[in-house]
Write a protein that binds this ligand. Structure first.
Ligand code: PLP
Length: 384
């Protein structure tokens, strides 16, 4: 039986989400910005989805903007918040962490390299968790933005936002949270944290690909990145993709409804998977065991190369990732593994679970990893 253990890369569309989308793909084809009945029907569907997302996150519908995905949400928040703050004369210093997704890191680097911002990139501890004191220690009087993810996409570590956010709020520094991997898996409290921005991507929680959310606090100024028709409060111009937005809303509601049963179920499967892998000599968990997504097992495999392991597992019908699938093709250790000083000689695998994952999938994956490691270590002349 094949086993898909790459839910951090993307998740299957939930059948109920597909059902919710179908009428809007088939019949409700009006432009949500049009003033006639066709447009109004599409607009109503979009606004229902906006309410679903707002309710799922405990924010108001006015704070929910729809985008094309996590990358766009991160870009709008990082570039837009920083540029607007500088234009208002508040400074030009940005702080982020070394383990952010490239959608955040590359935007921060562009601010530094092309627009003259100062950038401080804070390293996490060896456990892949950012020390709040270290992050807050990097904040200066001219800091306009701190970008810190809720949970890491490669090693699954959950960041201490409840400790970071209040201190930033007290200092009046905008916080952007990439919650793409965290939503539905760990509690998020954008209102309580007082975040300026928070990014989600529907395809990570059993919604469709190509649609995301940017939660944007109402009182923060943002310079739009994309100019045009002025949709989404003028911050994200472009005709709204109503069927995908409907799917995003339905998926968000389902994720929150499922979390009380799914999170403990997945955490138990995660622990079984980790135990099954770590009985092998030279296989160790990467990143904190405690501050970890219920859906992530990241391991270092001594004496094997990650890409070869991935291929050997693929041949056995098991889908995993060697590092971040968002940057696949790169054979170098990922920036996340480099940031936590992971052993460059070991192969690194990310196995990620989701709503369709069963105990059988875990057993299949454990067997496949055991046999792939034995094969590769044999081919390499034995494990030392
Ligand atoms: N941020 C994180 C933490 C991610 O894991 C990803 C995708 O893997 C993204 C952002 C980008 O999201 P999208 O694929 O919707 O552009």
């Amino acid at each position: 039986m094949p086993a898909y253990l790459d839910h951090a890369a993307t998740t299957p569309l939930d059948p109920a989400v597909l059902e919710a989308m179908l009428p809007h793909l088939r019949d409700t084809y009006g432009n949500p910005s049009s003033g006639h009945a066709w447009g109004r029907a599409a607009r109503a569907a979009v606004e229902t989805a906006r309410e679903q997302v707002a309710e799922a996150l405990g924010v108001t519908p006015l704070e929910v903007l729809f985008t094309s995905g996590g990358t766009e949400s991160d870009n709008i928040a990082v570039l837009g918040l920083a540029r607007a703050a500088r234009a208002a004369g508040r400074g030009a210093h940005v702080v982020t962490t070394a383990i952010e997704h490239r959608a955040v890191l590359a935007a921060c680097e562009a601010l530094r390299d092309r627009e003259g911002f100062d950038l401080t990139v804070v390293a996490p501890g060896p456990d892949g968790v950012v020390d709040p004191e270290r992050l807050l220690g990097a904040v200066r009087d001219d800091t306009v933005l701190v970008a810190c993810m809720a949970a890491n996409n490669e090693i699954g570590t959950v960041q201490p936002l409840a400790e970071i956010a209040p201190a930033l709020r007290a200092r009046g520094v905008a916080l952007h949270v990439d919650a793409v991997q965290a939503f539905g898996r760990v509690p998020l409290d954008p209102s309580g944290w007082g975040v300026a921005g928070l990014a989600l991507s529907a395809h990570k929680f059993c919604g469709p690909k190509g649609v995301g959310v940017l939660v944007l606090r109402r009182d923060v100024a943002v310079e739009p990145v994309q100019l045009g028709g002025g949709q989404e409060r003028g911050i994200r111009s472009g005709t709204l993709d109503a069927p995908s937005i409907v799917g995003c809303g339905a998926a968000a509601a389902l994720a929150v409804a499922a979390a009380p049963t799914e999170v403990p179920r997945l955490a138990a499967l995660r622990d079984a998977l980790r135990e099954g892998l770590c009985v092998l000599d030279g296989v160790t968990l990467v990143g904190s065991a405690e501050r970890r997504l219920p859906t992530n097992v990241a391991v270092a495999v001594a004496g094997c190369d990650g890409e070869s392991l991935l291929a050997a597992l693929d041949a056995r019908g098991v889908a995993v990732s060697a590092g971040s699938a968002c940057q696949s093709g790169a054979v170098r250790p990922s920036h996340v593994l480099t940031a936590i000083a992971a052993d460059p000689g070991a192969g690194h695998l990310r196995l990620s679970l989701g709503r369709t994952t069963t105990a059988q999938d875990v057993a299949t994956a454990v067997d496949a990893v055991h046999s792939a490691v034995a094969l590769l270590r044999g081919a390499g002349g034995g494990f030392v």
